[in-house]
Each structure stands twice: as structure tokens, then as C-alpha cells.
Design a binder for this molecule. Sequence first.
Ligand code: FAD
Ligand code: SIN
Length: 541
Amino acid sequence: MQTDFLVIGSGIAGLTYALKVAQDCPDKTITILTKAQSDETNTKYAQGGVAGVMDMDHDSFEKHIEDTLIAGDGLCNRKIVEIVVKEGVERIREIIEWGAKFDKDKEGEYTLGKEGGHSESRILHHKDVTGKEMERTLLTAIKNKPNINLITHCFVVDIITQHHLGFLVTKATPDIACYGVYVINMQTNKIEKIISKITLLAAGGNGQAYRTTTNPAIATGDGVAMIYRAKGRIENMEFIQFHPTALYEAGVAGQSFLITEAVRGDGAILRNNKGEAFMERYDARKDLAPRDIVARAIDNEMKVAGTEHVFLDCRHMDIEKFVHHFPNIYEKCRSIGIDVSMQMIPVAPAAHYSCGGIKTDEWGRTSINNLYACGECASTGLHGANRLASNSLLEAMVFAHRCYLDAVKKTEELHGSPSTGGGWRETAVPDWNASGTTAPKEMILITQSLKELQLLMSDYVGIVRTNVRLARAMKRLDLLHEETEALYQATEISPQLCEVRNLITVGYLITKGAQLRHESRGLHFNTDYPYKSDRLQNVVL
Ligand code: FAD
Ligand code: SIN
């Protein structure tokens, strides 16, 4: 199969980009690949909303920029922060034009929420299901574009580079180029190749590397792992954001249900097992301090008391308002026997967001030619050492737009089109070589490795790190890597095997980044280096 523009991922980043390219280039083909149903993405689960300076009377670009820089703890790229904050407003207006509905008051003004680290109320939301509304809007809009082909249940294994043509590719190779991807067609279980002129990676996050995460099962860091294998540049992977308040449900494994920070924005208070409102002991901003501080405070309270959760107290809040703003959370709590007007909600931190990722420039270009990245899998320089709440959907839209502008310009430079025989020729790319592999005999080899990985990442590379824990994690990762590579070489590959392999790579990158950072900054806290270094550095792997 050949296409002009290939998009990996059907979340906010991939869909926004595809829609823009399709509008601008009606004669070009755009193919979107996604490994699950079209809407099964991190985007769909976003609750709090999207940050944007919509009320110029009370807010300003400068304030949003300053809040982002403070949360980022010295490592944000100021130029990128300015781009995202300023261009973000235009992108928000665009998605509203495409049909997204954000909540308004009786006067027809947007009701703007507040979250940790924001000095003003600036979060647009659709109840507590903002991501679902944005995803719905984009999926509806792309349906009207005849030049977009969305293929679901199609698992991307690797990007195709000169390596697959028999050339030696190392990190030092100049002009590594992307020619398309190898995929597992999950309907037929066959491995196919898709050739493209320009590829966008919008493959999302990697929360599944941890035992408890707010991320759905698709968040397995495939994009980052693919680029690492292809010798592209990855940076700042040690900055994993733990959301302070995921619902704690004893014995429930997999994706944790999020209790949005907007609940604290509306007045909810964190309490420990003695009922104390503990946040005032950690930060003057109390429950609305940036996430790294709140998550560490909760972690400490849990360790001191030997408990597996703290509580979020909403009992003093106006229940009618609560139900109106947070119907999804209210229902979820009710379904497990918690009446939020009478009982406190048990919560604990959970892996939530990857601030680092595939290194990109201000146009979303990666270190590999013809390959762009945006959304959670990318590291643009916006978040630095800690992402400000609700800046992620904004960043995804801004960079999807920038990738689109640059990619369209780039295709005009590339002569011919794959579909007319010009540009890259399919015949040059070999088919996938599965010779010597046999059908997998035991799924336990994969599922057990996944459990081990998630446990070791949570216990050794979690909210608080030490040199000894990181060294232990690395030893165990080495073994998991060795075993999984052996399996990968000998077995017919499956999405499950590829995902576990990718998660082990991501686990390695997070741990390596953490070992190389000899300081505590933002989301990375190592008790052996409890101070900030004077040297500001990005860890590039
Ligand atoms: P995603 O939306 O995750 O999409 C990734 C896509 O890539 C999926 O379609 C997936 O199937 C596909 N994919 C991945 N690997 C492969 C592969 N190998 N082959 C084929 N397809 C593949 N951010 C905010 O700004 N505000 C919020 O309120 C907010 N709330 C959140 C609440 C929750 C519970 C979570 C989990 C996140 C929240 N975030 C929020 C973060 C934000 O939702 C995500 O960072 C953002 O949606 C990521 O968008 P994306 O397009 O980059 O990736
Ligand atoms: C939340 O709603 O608390 C999540 C917001 C975010 O991750 O930006």
C-alpha cells in the first residue's frame, strides 16, 4: 500500500493533523492507522479540559506562559512555550468551529475551570469528559473527507529506514530517512508494508509501563520505542508525571479511573488517614500546587501511615454543582458505593503523562527525515521537567498544525508521488522477513514479563527514586530485554509481544534518563541528589 501522508494514531494529534492536510490537499491521500477502535486513545479519557487564554480581561498570555515555565522547573523552552500559549487560542477556536462544545454559563460565556499551577481560571471543559467531546468532534469531521482513509486494528511494528534496505544505520548516520512502516494487520495477522512520502507519529503515551496508570491499554510507548530502534533522538524520558488523584479501588488492576484536578480546583481537599488536610504542610498553594509537589506529598503521607491511598474530601461542596460539572465522576463513585456528598473518595497517584519523548523542533520535525511527531509521544520543549495541567491537548493541537504546515511544504519539495511511481518506490523496500520464526507457544511468557516490568518500574522508578533502586531496575530491565529479544527473534510476532518489547525499551529509557540526571528537578526526585544542579540540561538518548 502507498500513501502520500501516513499518520500513526487517531488521538487529538493525529486527527487534527490529518484533517488539516486533507482540507489543504484534496488531491493527496492521507492514511491514518490505529491499533484499536478509532476512539480508543488517551485523548478520549481527558477530563479536566484544555488550557487557553480566552478571557483577556482577567488573564493574559504572559500569565499562562509564566505558569507553564514555573511548572516546568527551569527546563521549558521559552520560545516553544510562547508559541503554544499564543497559537493555542486560534487552535481552540478552530476545534469549536469544527463542532466541539465547551461548557458555558447562563450568559453564554465559557465557564473556565482552575487546576494546579494555574494562576487564573483558564480551563475550557465539557463537563468532566472533555477529551471524549474533542475526539468525537474530530472523528466526525474526518468522516467528511474522502481523501482520508482511517484503518483501525492495524498495529505499527516499525518505521522503515535505510536499515531495512541493508544499510548500516547508527546514531551517527546522517540523513536517516523514513519511507513508511511495517504493520500487523490484526484482521489477518499478516505483516504488511505501507509506503509513504511523509509520516507523522502521533502514537501517544506510555503509562502502561507502570502498575497503576490513568492511561488505557493502548498507551505502550510504541512510537518512542520505534524511533529509538530507528536511531532517532529521544529526550527527557525520566520526567513521568504521576497524577495525584486516581481513584483507588482495592484489587483492581489496569487502567485507574481519574478524579480530575478540576475537582480540587472547585474546592475539594486532600486528607490523610487521620483526616488531616496535609497539603498546607508541603506548599503554600496547598491542594492546587503543581502536580509533582502534590503527588510527592501524597506518596509521603501514604508511606508514613503505611496506607495505599489518601482521601479527597468533597463533602463540603455544593452537590448540585458537583453533579453538574462532574457527572461522570459522580456516577463512577456511586457505582462503587461512594456517595461523594457523604463519603470521602480514596485516591492515590498513578502514572499519567510522559513529558519527554521523541525530540522535535518547532515544526514537529524529528531527527529522521520525512518523519514528524506530535502529541504525547513528542518532546517539543513545552513541558520541561513537569507539564502544567491541561497543556497537553493544547500542545497537541498547536503542533499538529505546525507539522501540517511544514509537511505540506516538504511534499512539494519531494518530486513525484508514491502513487504515481515517483518519490519512493515500493519495490525497493523488502517484505517483512519472518523466516525461522514459529507460532508462539505460551502467552504467559509475554504476560509475566509485562507484570514484572510494571512492578519494577512502580517500585524502583516511581515518584521517589534512589541510585540503588535505579541500579536494581536497570539489572532487571537488562534481563527482561534479553528474554524478550530472544522471544521476538524466534516467534511470529503479535501486537502483545511488540507492546511488551516496546514497554521494556521505554522502561529502559526512563531509567537511563533518571540515572543520567544527577539532581532532583520537577517530576524527577532522587534522594541521593536532593538539590537542583546549576546546569540546565536535557537528557538526550
Ligand atoms: P492518544 O490520544 O493517546 O492517541 C494515540 C493513538 O496512537 C491511538 O489511536 C493509538 O491506538 C495509536 N497507536 C499507538 N501505538 C500504535 C501502534 N503501534 N500502531 C498503531 N497505532 C498506534 N490532557 C489535557 O490537556 N487535559 C486534560 O484534561 C487531560 N486529562 C487526561 C485524563 C486522562 C485519564 C489521561 C490518560 C490523559 C489526560 N490528559 C489530559 C493527557 C492527554 O489526554 C493526552 O496527552 C493526549 O490526549 C494525547 O493525545 P495523542 O493524540 O498524542 O495520543
Ligand atoms: C485532570 O483532569 O486532572 C487531568 C488534566 C491533565 O492531565 O492535564
